[in-house]
Write a protein that binds this ligand. Structure first.
Ligand SMILES: *[C@@H]1O[C@H](CO)[C@@H](O)[C@H](O)[C@H]1NC(C)=O
Ligand SMILES: *[C@@H]1O[C@H](CO)[C@@H](O)[C@H](O)[C@H]1NC(C)=O
Ligand SMILES: *[C@@H]1O[C@H](CO)[C@@H](O)[C@H](O)[C@H]1NC(C)=O
Ligand SMILES: *[C@@H]1O[C@H](CO)[C@@H](O)[C@H](O)[C@H]1NC(C)=O
Length: 329
């Protein structure tokens, strides 16, 4: 028969050995510590209290009485939202609509060109692949905008929760610190989700640009497609209104170029998002050391309120992008 105890038993014994004598203490500091053991049904809070208590002994954090933590948080979040707001990605529907145009052009090449010719086969393949690839990019953009609009709302909610926890000249309690630290965790999660969406769309655009380049088809990008259509114009104009074909070529091409251009904005957003993640991780660490600190100033509350208003505006803009069908000029 195995009589070995689970590993956690000795740890609990040790903790009790420390806590029980302390609970009879008359020292005010210890008493206030014991006060936080009261809701000890709340296990995570209980554990974080114990951990923070020992951490406070071994790693005392020097927080200035007027630490600008919440102003910094407002500033970081504002910076993030401003970058998000300036992403110049075309609406997803517009990117998705490139696919039928690309497939139509491939079909024209198929009907008009001489199917036996190698060049004809390559152009058809190229246009088909590019059309499918724009569809993939469009789907990723759709996801980015719909998840993004939702995430921006969530970020606004977390900032509201933070602001509502704070009041002018308050002294932060352990409970407040734990609550705020949890809010920061949520913010971190939301920004990380944004980063992953940015990475996904960047990858889709890279795939599209690789096809566009034409290296794997042995052609010189879309330039060769335009040249090819010029070469079949005399035959093709007997079947199609050639002006329409040329327009379709131009619009399809422009759609691709606008997407490639947007990639730069995504790249910038990705960089800022990484910086914001690091800032949030640091802020969370600082907040953990704020127990009994009195650092909330009026300007903190005002700035946080400003962030809430900004999230609303940016979120509306993103939701619009997901639905609207703005035509590229
Ligand atoms: C954030 O802080 C920096 C300096 O630390 C400042 O230059 C910038 O304007 C601030 N941004 C906002 C939105 O407050
Ligand atoms: C902040 O701390 C006070 C005192 O412990 C408590 O009454 C209040 O509910 C706390 N607020 C939050 C949101 O944790
Ligand atoms: C496409 O080709 C150009 C040069 O023609 C090159 O600079 C660029 O890196 C290529 N892009 C991709 C995605 O392969
Ligand atoms: C693209 O081609 C289709 C079919 O010929 C045509 O109906 C449409 O008007 C063309 N688009 C443009 C912008 O010319």
């Amino acid at each position: 028969m195995n009589l070995a105890c689970p590993k956690s038993i000795p740890i609990i014994v040790v903790l009790l050995a420390i806590i029980v004598p302390l609970s009879h203490s008359e020292i005010p500091f210890i008493d206030s510590f014991i006060e936080y053991l009261e809701p000890w049904i709340d296990i995570p809070l209980f554990i974080s209290t114990i951990l923070d208590y020992f951490e406070a002994i071994y790693y005392p954090l020097a927080i200035p009485e007027d630490g600008p933590i919440f102003r910094d948080l407002a500033n970081t979040t504002t910076m993030f939202l401003k970058v998000i707001a300036t992403i110049n990605m075309p609406p997803s529907t517009q990117i998705i609509d490139q696919r039928p145009a690309g497939l139509f052009l491939a079909n024209v090449a198929d009907k008009v060109g001489r199917a036996s010719q190698m060049e004809n086969k390559i152009i058809i393949q190229y246009l088909n692949d590019l059309a499918e690839s724009t569809y993939q990019t469009g789907k990723k953009a759709e996801k980015l905008f719909s998840i993004g609009a939702y995430l921006i709302n969530r970020i606004g909610n977390e900032i509201t929760s933070i602001r509502e926890t704070l009041s002018l000249d308050m002294t932060l309690s352990r409970r407040n610190v734990t609550f705020l630290s949890n809010r920061l965790n949520k913010l971190l999660f939301q920004v990380t989700e944004f980063r992953d969406q940015f990475k996904a769309i960047r990858m889709a655009i890279d795939d599209e640009e690789r096809i566009w380049n034409g290296t794997q088809y042995g052609i010189n990008s879309f330039y060769d497609v335009e040249k090819y259509f010029e070469s079949i114009e005399s035959t093709g104009s007997k079947i199609y209104k050639w002006k329409n074909i040329v327009n379709n070529l131009t619009i399809f091409k422009l759609g691709c170029l606008v997407t490639f251009e947007a990639r730069r904005g995504i790249e910038t957003a990705l960089k800022i998002t990484e910086q914001v993640r690091i800032k949030f991780i640091q802020t969370k660490d600082v907040i953990r050391g704020l127990n009994k600190k009195k650092i909330v100033r009026k300007i903190d509350l005002i700035n946080l309120q400003g962030v809430e208003m900004l999230t609303e505006a940016v979120s509306v803009g993103w939701a619009e992008k997901d639905k609207s069908k703005i035509i590229i000029q």
